[in-house]
Design a protein around this ligand. Structure first.
Ligand code: HEM
Length: 448
């Protein structure tokens, strides 16, 4: 009995997060989904069924439909703490009068999340400076993002139809590549207020609304922590948390081998899972999931052979495109052993923005290309801090960013794609936490 009890205590000991008071409830469930993540968050966040920002509770029911960013963001986050998404999605700030109108009461309990957003801390200082810079920026690169995205949409349509008409591997690979790049460019848009470009993300069979939760609200805010759905959704097949209780060492070696298959399965499995859950539990499909069917239908319509032949070609395009997307996305910036993951020691200054910097290493090899940044999750650190800004204008914020970072003893790290691929594989194998805080590990000499 005693031994069992001791073992249980030891087993439960790992159930803590470095960025929150509570172990996330959704991680206690066998299946991790957007829905279970939000439900768990409602239980953990001490928001008392309302919307929580810092220690204030608001009833935004009457504001949801009026929200300039689109109703989805607030509809889905009811009953949760939205402090960080609120801070990061409004650079110029939301007039206090709007918030005051919906204030209900102070929250009874302290916030679950332990990262800070202090007025004079790194993130809010940088945000004020960026808001000032935004008044004088050259916005013409936004037009280029628009043209790149349009070009990729046309290329995807063209190469897909050419693949349907001809047996040509070059057309097929071009269709797969265009679709992968198109979806990453569409990601630039689903972070912003509702727009038509976000719908093009759904050509992959994934859904932009789903990604607004798993990526924008979960991954962007609680990066690399136990709250990050973009980590937990891949477990136990791929596990980047350095914790042997989540995935054993043996499992981690297997994950290296299955990695390519997981990449290729991202697009189709997304739709299959949501369809199955919609059939057997609660609906998780949106009307715009139908957009994903346009490519196979168009291929069947123009195919000179049978519809089945067209469908097989489309399935190959989807699998290859998903592989390219996974390769780019999962090796973009978050997973090398030098990057903070839940369990690793954090710096003493628990500023949310500095934490972001410690969970990201940028791709230095694509810095100079607008097209590559848009299609390869480039300028990732700045993108995490200001997700609603078009990727095209981020380079103009680089100097104010670096200056502020230097003042707060943060560092923007950069490595190549290849280094990320190698580092990501090493991270998959890592089970030991890093006990040295990031600011004590860094070799950079800070300006005094
Ligand atoms: C989960 C929390 C929230 C998210 C993720 C969110 C997201 C967004 C997004 C994406 C935009 C468009 C930004 C752009 O494209 O430039 C936006 C704009 C806006 N939101 Fe929110 N929002 C949230 C909460 C709120 C709340 C609580 C209020 C006020 C009660 C609010 C008021 C506004 C206003 C006034 C704008 C237009 C002005 C601006 O862009 O700064 N939002 N929001």
């Amino acid at each position: 009995m005693t031994t069992n009890g001791a073992a249980r205590v030891e087993n439960d000991d790992w159930k803590k997060s470095t960025i929150s008071r509570k172990f996330p409830t959704y991680r206690r469930k066998p299946i991790v989904t957007n829905r279970s993540w939000l439900k768990g968050k409602q239980l953990d966040d001490e928001a008392e069924g309302l919307w929580r920002i810092y220690d204030n509770l608001y009833d935004l029911t009457d504001f949801v439909a009026k929200h300039p960013g689109g109703s989805f963001w607030l509809e889905r986050t009811k009953g949760t703490d939205i402090t960080e998404p609120f801070e990061t999605h409004h650079i110029k700030g939301v007039p206090q009068s709007i918030l005051d109108k919906y204030f209900v009461r102070k929250a009874a309990k302290p916030r679950n999340y332990t990262l800070t957003l202090k007025e004079n801390g790194f993130y809010r200082t940088l945000k004020k400076r960026v808001a000032e810079q935004l008044k004088h920026l050259d916005y013409s690169p936004k037009r280029r993002s628009f043209l790149y995205h349009m070009g990729l949409l046309c290329a995807t349509a063209l190469f897909t139809l050419m693949t349907a008409r001809h047996n040509n591997i070059i057309f097929e690979l071009s269709a797969a590549l265009s679709l992968a790049w198109l979806s990453i460019a569409a990601h630039n848009y689903f972070h912003q207020r509702d727009n038509w470009q976000m719908y093009t993300f759904n050509l992959t069979l994934m859904n932009f609304n789903d990604w607004r939760i798993s990526h924008a609200i979960s991954h962007h805010i609680y990066t690399n922590s136990l709250h990050d759905l973009e980590m937990s959704m891949f477990e136990p097949f791929l596990c980047w948390v350095p914790n042997k209780y989540i995935a054993s060492k043996a499992r981690r070696y297997i994950s290296l081998l299955v990695q390519p298959l997981i990449y290729a399965g991202i697009f189709p499995l997304h739709l299959i899972q949501r369809t199955l859950r919609s059939l057997f539990a609660k609906n998780e499909l949106y009307w715009h999931d139908a957009i994903g069917l346009t490519l196979p239908l168009a291929m069947m319509a123009v195919s000179p052979t049978t519809p089945v032949d067209a469908l097989i070609k489309w399935a190959r395009i989807i699998g290859t495109s998903s592989f390219i997307f996974g390769l780019i996305g999962l090796n973009a910036s978050h997973h090398t052993p030098d990057i903070c993951h839940d369990g690793d020691a954090l710096r003493e200054d628990r500023d949310w923005g500095l934490y972001q910097l410690d969970t990201i290493i940028d791709r230095g090899d694509i810095k100079k290309s607008h097209f590559m940044n848009l299609t390869h999750f480039g300028d990732h650190a700045l993108h995490h801090l200001f997700p609603t800004l078009d990727h095209g204008i981020l380079p103009q914020l680089q100097s104010v960013f670096l200056e502020t970072l230097n003042e707060f003893r943060g560092e923007l790290r950069e490595i190549t794609f290849w280094d990320h691929i190698i580092g990501q594989s090493k991270q998959l194998l890592r089970t030991q936490v890093n006990n040295i805080p990031p600011d004590q590990r860094n070799t950079k000499n800070y300006d005094k």
